[in-house]
Design a protein around this ligand. Structure first.
Ligand code: C5P
Length: 213
């Protein structure tokens, strides 16, 4: 079973995806981490995120060790990731890894949960279930600030809101695989919904799909 979860930055899709994978014992792939790893590789080598040749090379020879680098989670890495993610060659190079993961999940798991921006539309258009998780930009910025502060990281609400809004625009307006809700995706607006309620709603939809008809 393939479950596709898409949505804008900081909407809560990562937490939801991780909890669903745990509940149903499915494999989980955070596809944003792949784009972040490409961006981080450029940052570490002193390249601008807009350097297409360097980005193409980093995606083709992706260093998976970077997935465990603490700098992967920095705001600056997420922002740089949205620049390399607009490059068709970078997307093409990361596609196969994602498709393979969904078709043959590691450890012979019976299913895979993938979260990102184009899972339901491009990577796994035939996913068994699709969710589009979103929330207002203000609410997402608020959550991002709270999450950063809980890690002891300085965060300015206005700056984060600007970053979230700019990233939305880059992800939604790019030509190749823009962020958009797949027609057959379940919409989960988490603006006024706690993560537990979102999780219960999504889990019920999956259970209903697994249940023999
Ligand atoms: O989800 P996360 O914030 O880690 O993603 C970082 C960036 O990677 C996004 O802003 C987006 O530009 C890009 N991305 C993408 N397609 C995906 C996952 C992430 O374009 N499937």
């Amino acid at each position: 079973m393939i479950i596709a979860i898409d949505g804008p930055a900081a909407a809560g899709k990562g937490t939801l995806a991780r909890r669903l994978a745990e509940k149903f014992n499915f494999a989980y792939l955070d596809t944003g981490a792949l784009y972040r790893a490409v961006a981080l590789s450029l940052i570490k080598d002193g390249y601008e995120p807009l350097n297409e040749e360097a980005a193409r090379h980093a995606a083709r020879t992706l260093n998976l060790d970077l997935l465990n680098d603490p700098d992967l989670r920095l705001e600056a890495t997420g922002s740089a990731a949205s620049y390399v993610a607009a490059m068709p060659d970078v997307r093409r190079n990361l596609m196969e890894f994602q498709r393979k993961f969904s078709e043959s999940p590691p450890e012979n798991k019976a299913g895979a949960v993938l979260d990102g921006r184009d899972i339901g539309t491009v990577i796994c258009p035939n996913a068994d279930l699709k969710f589009y998780v979103t929330a207002s930009a203000e609410e997402r910025a608020k959550r991002r600030v709270a999450e950063m502060k809980s890690r002891g990281v300085e965060a300015d609400y206005a700056e984060i809101l600007e970053d979230v809004t700019a990233r939305d625009a880059r992800d939604m307006d790019r030509k190749d695989a823009p962020l958009t809700k797949a027609e057959d995706a379940h919409l989960l607006d988490t603006t006024d919904l706690a993560i537990d309620a979102v999780f219960l709603r999504a889990a019920a939809i999956i259970e209903n799909c697994i249940k023999p008809q």
